[in-house]
Design a protein around this ligand. Structure first.
Ligand SMILES: Nc1ncnc2c1ncn2[C@@H]1O[C@@H]2COP(=O)(O)O[C@H]2[C@H]1O
Ligand SMILES: [Fe+2]
Length: 275
């Protein structure tokens, strides 16, 4: 059974979330994706986060944590994320291998909660949009029913909704064939719930902040390789690895900022045409 995580916060205090996404880790410490050593770029991101010394209450990892299905890749993820001064919750992406992911992250003390109640006013709901073996996403009937129930059960709370796949056209045609296929069904479940104003995704390895049917959808840079916005075909960007902070404000608004590593140390080889 999926557990519930309750995070108390001081009354009136801002709630800050750190999003880490698409780490694409391997078992081997020297493995690379498109020329980037993903373990090193992930570790550099976490080091930069710690150096910033910003307070955050929770870390959310929005999928594609491992590239090679290996338990060791999830161990790499978990041992490093556990050094941050806040708990982590996670959801799967298309590349993840959930049998290894679930067991290893739990063994390493990472919560498997998919509903997080934060203070008195907010909740996070984390969806599984993976269709095993293919890059596109879809929400199963179970996921849609679980979402409907979780929303109906907390009608007074503002909800940040998290899923790996983007439910809207991103502007990259090659990525939009890998989007959430049944976004209309998600829209239907959300329709009566005006307190779900913001959705948070990974998957597209780029920063995005768009309106989708009156709701705000955010997507976030990967901790490894970035994809160039507004491209018809697979195109690698030369921006550095990134992460996002989200402040969940009283009243339901979200303030957010994307941060990136400086320098050229973790940049990809742009000659690749896919992976
Ligand atoms: N050249 C390509 N054309 C279309 N899709 C690709 C290409 N290369 C990789 N992909 C898929 O597109 C996905 C986008 O992000 P993911 O990291 O989920 O995994 C990627 C691959 O599954
Ligand atoms: Fe993905």
């Amino acid at each position: 059974m999926e557990s519930l995580l309750k995070l108390p916060v001081a009354r009136g205090a801002n709630i800050r979330i750190l999003q880490i996404t698409d780490t694409h880790l391997f078992a081997g410490e020297d493995e690379t994706l498109l020329g980037v050593n993903t373990l090193r770029s992930y570790s550099a991101v976490l080091k930069a986060v710690q150096a910033e010394q910003r307070h955050f209450d929770l870390v959310v990892a929005t999928g594609d944590l491992a590239q090679d299905h290996s338990p060791q890749a999830y161990r790499h993820f978990a041992t490093r994320i556990a050094r941050l001064p806040a708990p982590c919750v996670w959801l799967p992406g298309n590349h993840d291998f959930q049998p290894a992911m679930v067991d290893v992250l739990a063994e390493c003390g990472i919560s498997c909660a998919k509903q997080v109640l934060i203070g008195d006013e907010w909740q996070l709901l984390l969806l599984d949009s993976q269709v095993y073996g293919v890059p596109h996403g879809e929400l199963s009937d179970y996921q849609l029913e679980w979402l409907a129930q979780a929303l109906a059960g907390q009608p007074e709370r503002h909800t940040l909704l998290l899923l790996h796949h983007h439910p809207f056209p991103s502007g990259c045609i090659w990525l939009d064939q890998h989007s959430l296929r049944n976004a209309h069904m998600l829209a239907e479940v959300l329709q009566p719930h005006q307190r779900v104003k913001t959705l948070l995704c990974g998957h597209i390895h780029q920063e995005l902040d768009v309106d989708w049917l009156g709701r705000r959808v955010l997507a976030t840079p990967s901790t490894c390789v970035q994809f160039k916005p507004h491209c018809t075909n697979f195109t690698i960007d030369t921006l550095g690895p990134g992460w996002r902070y989200l402040d969940l404000l009283p009243g339901g608004a979200v303030q957010t900022e994307v941060r990136r590593l400086d320098g050229t140390e973790h940049l990809p080889d742009t000659d690749y045409e896919g992976y």
